[in-house]
Ligand binder design. Structure first.
Ligand code: NAP
Ligand code: FE
Length: 364
């Protein structure tokens, strides 16, 4: 893992030299409210002032950022000429920071981000998560919304691994409970998918199980909607561990299927994954039962039905898809070849349709 992870309360203020060492001009990339509400922006500005650094606050990243908005942000960055990009926020601003770090040094069409190979090295990235879910602070991925394919798609490059990640759970304390639950379930999904992935290894399996156990320890508080700083710390750790897992293994069809739920139904990313997880476990059970057993054991639950009940309690399964919507979403997600190849068993479009239907189909 090329990312230096610095964790603990007050870690940004205590380690300002890590940022100062990356240059003199910083472009801060954050959402409309996350940087401010979390307190992370204030800490970063203090550090930048202490080290006489210049900065520009680009605080307009929308949820599930689009490629077009990244092209615009890239133009802004090329005009302002930062030395370092500081991403503060949930996965959306962190992924945006990665795209901007590439485009700041490369005046090229947005779609060229997907080549993963750029004429000039991307700028160094500092990542400060304010949600505990995506693990983007330790992954070489940036997921963008592409109108052309009516879905989301990640690009990847070793050069967009953040140089430094600061993990301070205090920044997640102001997260509304629904966002807390959805993002925690995204981390669980990463750990489970990574544990099942074709690209997994015994090493990533250890880390994935550890992440799943941390999530499980916090499940009662997530359900009750009442989390102390200790649980928030555990969830942030679970999220970064799961990020380390998918940095190696990638994700699977749960993510590619979930993208349609976000694109067409505006369902938050983590919830979209969570709605599909139980049916995914049932699918994998047919081809790799021992893997599913290991997950159930780590979660101290007896079977996939019980897993489904936990997800229902956490997520409030309140949407239903029509058959024509299911057909459309499966048509789109079956094109995500990397996810398909990374999924155990030979998953077909029909099986994806059955998974959608059993999870959230109108007749189920
Ligand atoms: P998000 O879209 O970044 O943020 C969700 C909401 O939470 C936003 O309204 C945000 O406000 C708010 N928020 C964030 N931190 C807050 C805080 N501390 N206090 C109060 N509100 C806060 O959600 P996310 O689930 O973290 O990220 C999802 C994105 O990450 C998706 O695009 C997904 O595809 C991507 N993702 C990437 C990876 C990867 O490896 N790169 C992995 C999984 C998912 P603002 O709008 O003001 O920021
Ligand atoms: Fe995810």
């Amino acid at each position: 893992m090329p990312t230096k992870v610095i964790a603990g309360e007050g870690c940004v203020l205590k380690n300002g030299e890590e940022i100062a060492g990356l240059g003199k001009r910083a472009m801060i990339v954050t959402g409309k409210s996350s940087g401010h509400k979390s307190g992370a922006l204030q800490d970063i500005l203090q550090v930048l002032d202490e080290h006489n650094m210049q900065y520009d606050v680009y605080d307009c990243i929308e949820n599930n950022p689009t490629l077009e908005s990244m092209v615009e942000a890239g133009e802004h960055a090329r005009r302002w000429k930062p030395d370092v990009i500081i991403g503060i926020g949930g996965g959306s601003p962190l992924d945006a920071a990665k795209a901007i770090a590439v485009l700041a040094n490369n005046d090229m069409p947005g779609m060229d981000l997907y080549s993963g190979n750029y004429p000039n090295k991307p700028l160094p990235i500092v990542a400060i998560p304010t949600t505990a879910g995506t693990g983007s602070e330790v992954t070489p991925y940036s997921v963008l919304t592409l109108q052309d394919i009516e879905s989301k798609k990640g690009f990847t490059s070793e050069d967009i691994f953040p140089k430094v990640a600061f993990l301070d759970a205090v920044y997640t304390q102001m997260l509304p409970i629904d966002v807390t639950v959805h993002t925690a379930v995204d981390a669980l999904s990463h750990a489970i998918e990574g544990f099942m992935a074709m690209r997994g290894s015994v090493y990533t399996d250890y880390i994935a199980l550890e992440s799943i156990k941390l999530f499980t320890e916090c499940m009662p508080q997530l359900k009750a909607g009442d989390l102390s700083l200790m649980e928030r710390e555990k969830l942030l750790r679970a999220s970064t561990l799961a990020g380390i897992v998918i940095a190696h293994t990638g994700t699977t069809i749960v993510h590619s299927m979930g993208y349609s739920l976000t694109y067409f139904k505006n369902i938050p990313h983590g919830k979209a994954n969570g709605l599909l997880l139980a049916e995914y476990l049932r699918f994998v059970e047919k081809v790799a039962a021992a893997k599913v057993q290991a997950i159930l054991q780590a979660m101290k639950i007896a079977n996939v039905d019980e897993f489904a009940e936990h997800m229902n309690e956490l997520l409030h399964d309140d949407i239903r898809l029509l058959p024509e919507e299911i057909e459309k979403y499966a048509t789109i997600s079956i094109r995500a070849t990397a996810s398909i190849q990374n999924t155990v068993g030979n998953i077909t479009k029909d099986e994806q349709m059955s998974m959608f239907a059993a999870s959230i189909g109108a007749d189920s």
